[in-house]
Design a binder for this molecule. Structure first.
Ligand code: HEC
Ligand code: HEC
Ligand code: HEC
Ligand code: HEC
Ligand code: HEC
Ligand code: HEC
Ligand code: HEC
Ligand code: HEC
Ligand code: HEC
Ligand code: HEC
Length: 307
C-alpha cells in the first residue's frame, strides 16, 4: 500500500525569511540600500485606521509575532523595512499593493510562509498552486481591511466560502444524489484541504480522505477487490453528486466492464467473465452489483456475492 510521507514542518532547516521552494520574501524585491526596520509603533503614527482594525487580528502588532529566527515583527514582517517610507512621509520604499501587483504567486505566498512554514511545505501539492490565488486572497480578514475579522472556523459555511470563486460546482451539489454540502452536513474542506489537495499524509491519497468517514469500505477483507483496493473511489463514484443512486458514475454495467471486458464476453450464450458463463445471468438486464453486492470486498465470498 502506498504511503506518502511528508517531512514534518520544523525538521527542515529553513533560513529565516526563506520560504519552502527557496523564495526569500524580502530578497525578491529591490530593497534600496539604507532601508531599515523602525517598528510598528512608528507605522501606527500615520496608519492609525489600520491599527484599530488590526487590534482584532491574529497578527496584531501588540502580539509582537516575529519571523522565526529574526526580530522582525508586526507590520514590517509583511511590508518589509519601512525607514525610507517613513522618512519620505509615505513616498519611499514599502512593500505594498503597488509593488506586489507586479509579483507572481510565489512571492505573495512567501510573505506568509516566512512564518507559516507548514503551509509553505503543503502548498505546491495544493489545488491553488500555480493559479492567481495566494494566501491573502482567501485570508483577507486576517491580512486586514475587510472591516472585521472572520475566524477561519467560519469558513465552514455550507460551501459558501469556496463557492464564491467556484460557482460552477453548485450544480453538482444540487443533483438528486449528492454529498449534502449545501445542507451543511459536510463541507468542501472535509475533502479538500485548501492548502494541499487531499490529505497527503493519509494512505492512498484521495481514498484516504473518503475512508476517514466511510470506514466500512477500508477493510481489510479476506477477499479484496483489486478494482477497489488499488484504484480510486472515483473510478465508480462521482464525489460531488450524481444522477445515480450511491453517487455512481453510471448504473449501467459499463462501470464494471471498464475493467472486466473480456474476449469471451458478448459472444452469445458463452458470455464469460473470469471463466464463468454469464449469458443467462445477464439476460434480464441485471446489473453486476445486483449479484456481486459486496463490491468493495468480502469476508465470505471470493466473488463478492453476499452469501
Ligand atoms: C509619516 C506618515 C507615515 C508613516 C510613519 C508610515 N506611512 Fe505608510 N503610507 C503613508 C502614506 C501617506 C501612504 C500613501 C497613502 C495612500 O496612497 O493612500 C502610505 C502608504 C503605505 C502603504 C501602501 C503602499 C502601496 O503599495 O500602495 C503601505 C503598505 C504602508 N504605507 C505601510 C507602512 C508601514 C509598514 C509603516 C511602518 C514601517 C508605515 N507605512 C509608516 C504614510 C506613512
Ligand atoms: C500578515 C501580513 C501583514 C501584516 C502583519 C500587515 N499587513 Fe498591511 N498589507 C498586507 C497585504 C497582503 C496587503 C495588500 C492587500 C491587497 O493587495 O489588497 C497590505 C496592504 C496594506 C496597506 C495598503 C492598503 C491599501 O488598500 O492600499 C497599508 C497602508 C498597510 N497594509 C499597512 C499596514 C500596517 C500599518 C500594518 C501594521 C499595523 C500592516 N499593514 C500589517 C499584509 C500585511
Ligand atoms: C510574523 C509571522 C507571521 C506572518 C508573516 C504571517 N503570519 Fe499568520 N499567523 C502568525 C501566527 C504566529 C499566528 C497564530 C496566532 C495565534 O496564536 O492566534 C497566525 C495566525 C494566522 C491565521 C489565523 C489562524 C487561525 O487559526 O485562526 C491566518 C488565517 C493567518 N495567520 C494567515 C496569514 C497570511 C495569509 C499571511 C500572509 C499575508 C500571514 N498569516 C503572515 C504568524 C504570521
Ligand atoms: C483558497 C483559499 C485559501 C488559500 C489560498 C489559503 N487558505 Fe488558509 N485557509 C482556508 C480555509 C478555508 C481555512 C479553514 C480550513 C478548515 O475549515 O478546516 C484556512 C485555514 C488557515 C489557517 C488556520 C488553520 C490551519 O490549517 O492552520 C492558517 C494559519 C492558514 N489558513 C494560512 C494560510 C496561508 C499561510 C496560506 C498561503 C500559503 C493560505 N492559508 C492560503 C483557505 C485558504
Ligand atoms: C478567491 C477565489 C477562490 C477561493 C475562495 C477558492 N478558490 Fe479554488 N481555485 C480558484 C482558482 C482561480 C483556481 C484555478 C482555476 C480553476 O481551476 O478554477 C482554483 C482551483 C481549485 C481547484 C483545482 C481545480 C482543478 O480543476 O484541478 C480545487 C479543487 C479548488 N480550487 C477547491 C477550492 C476549495 C475547496 C475552496 C474552499 C476551501 C476554494 N477552492 C476556494 C479560486 C478560488
Ligand atoms: C466528498 C468529498 C468532496 C467534497 C465534499 C467536495 N469535493 Fe470537490 N472534489 C472531490 C474529488 C474526489 C475531486 C476529484 C474529482 C475527479 O478528479 O474526477 C473533486 C474535484 C473538485 C474540483 C475540480 C473540478 C471538478 O469538478 O472535478 C473542484 C473545483 C472542486 N472539487 C471544488 C469543490 C467545492 C467548491 C466543494 C464544496 C462546495 C467541493 N469540491 C466539495 C471531492 C469532494
Ligand atoms: C466528512 C465525511 C465524509 C467524507 C470525507 C466523505 N463522505 Fe461520502 N458520505 C458522507 C455522508 C454523511 C453521506 C450521507 C450518508 C447518508 O445520508 O446516509 C455520504 C454518502 C456517500 C455515498 C452515498 C451513500 C448512500 O447511501 O447513498 C457515497 C457513494 C459516498 N459518500 C462516497 C464517498 C467518496 C467516494 C468520498 C471521497 C471522495 C467520500 N464519500 C467522502 C460523509 C463523507
Ligand atoms: C468498482 C467500483 C467501485 C469502487 C472503486 C468503489 N465503489 Fe463504492 N460502490 C460501488 C457500487 C456498485 C455501490 C452500490 C452497491 C449497491 O447499491 O449495492 C457502491 C456503494 C458505496 C457506498 C454506499 C454503501 C451503502 O451501503 O449504501 C459507499 C459509502 C461507497 N460505495 C463508498 C466507496 C468508497 C469510499 C470507495 C473507495 C475506497 C468506493 N466506494 C469505491 C462501486 C464502487
Ligand atoms: C478498475 C478496474 C475494475 C473495476 C472498475 C471493477 N473491477 Fe472487479 N476486479 C478487478 C480486478 C483487477 C480483479 C482481480 C481479479 C482478476 O480479474 O484477475 C477483480 C475481481 C473481481 C471479481 C472476483 C473475480 C476474481 O477472479 O477474483 C468480481 C466478482 C468482480 N471483480 C466484480 C466486479 C464488479 C461487479 C464490478 C462493478 C461494480 C467490478 N468488478 C469493477 C478490477 C476491476
Ligand atoms: C444474476 C447474477 C449475476 C450477475 C448479474 C452477474 N454475475 Fe458475475 N457471477 C455470478 C455468479 C453466480 C458467479 C459465479 C460465482 C461462484 O462460482 O461462486 C459469477 C462470477 C463472476 C466473476 C468471477 C468468475 C470466476 O470464477 O473467476 C466475475 C469476474 C464476474 N462474475 C463479473 C461480473 C460482471 C462484470 C457482471 C456484470 C457485467 C456480472 N458478473 C454480473 C452471478 C452474476
Amino acid at each position: 500500500m502506498l504511503r506518502l510521507i511528508l517531512p514534518v514542518a520544523g525538521i527542515l532547516l529553513l533560513s529565516p525569511g526563506i520560504a519552502a521552494g527557496g523564495v526569500s520574501f524580502v530578497d525578491a524585491f529591490d530593497v534600496p540600500a539604507g532601508a531599515g526596520y523602525v517598528g510598528s509603533e512608528t507605522c501606527l503614527d500615520c496608519h492609525d485606521d489600520v491599527g484599530e482594525f488590526y487590534a482584532n487580528s491574529p497578527h496584531s502588532p501588540d502580539r509582537g509575532l516575529a519571523i522565526p529566527g529574526t526580530g522582525i515583527a508586526g507590520c514590517e514582517a509583511c511590508h518589509g523595512p519601512g525607514s525610507l517610507h517613513v522618512e519620505e512621509d509615505g513616498d519611499g520604499f514599502i512593500i505594498g499593493p503597488e509593488i506586489l501587483a507586479g509579483q507572481g504567486q510565489g512571492v505573495k505566498v512567501a510573505m506568509c510562509t516566512q512564518c507559516h512554514t507548514d503551509k509553505g511545505l503543503e502548498w505546491t501539492g495544493g489545488p491553488h498552486a500555480g493559479t492567481d490565488i495566494s494566501c491573502a486572497n482567501c485570508h483577507t480578514d486576517q491580512v486586514h481591511f475587510a472591516g472585521g475579522v472572520t475566524p477561519v472556523s467560519d469558513f465552514r459555511n455550507k460551501g459558501e466560502f469556496c463557492l464564491q470563486c467556484h460557482p460552477a460546482q453548485v450544480t453538482d451539489f444540487r443533483l438528486p444524489f449528492r454529498h449534502r454540502v449545501l445542507e451543511g452536513q459536510i463541507d468542501c474542506q472535509d475533502c479538500h484541504n485548501p492548502h494541499a489537495d487531499f490529505d497527503q499524509t493519509a494512505w492512498n491519497g484521495m481514498n484516504g480522505v473518503c475512508l476517514e468517514c466511510h470506514v466500512e469500505m477500508e477493510g481489510p477483507f479476506v477477499y479484496e477487490h483489486e478494482g477497489v483496493a488499488s484504484e480510486d473511489c472515483i473510478t465508480c463514484h462521482r464525489p460531488h453528486g450524481s444522477n445515480h443512486d450511491k453517487l455512481l458514475i453510471t448504473e449501467s454495467n459499463s462501470m464494471c466492464l471498464q475493467c472486466h471486458f473480456e474476449q469471451g464476453f458478448n459472444a452469445g450464450d458463452g458470455w464469460t467473465l473470469g471463466g464463468r458463463g454469464h449469458g443467462g445471468l445477464l439476460s434480464d438486464e441485471a446489473r453486476c452489483f445486483d449479484c456481486h453486492t459486496e463490491v468493495h470486498g468480502s469476508n465470505t465470498d471470493p466473488n463478492f456475492k453476499d452469501q
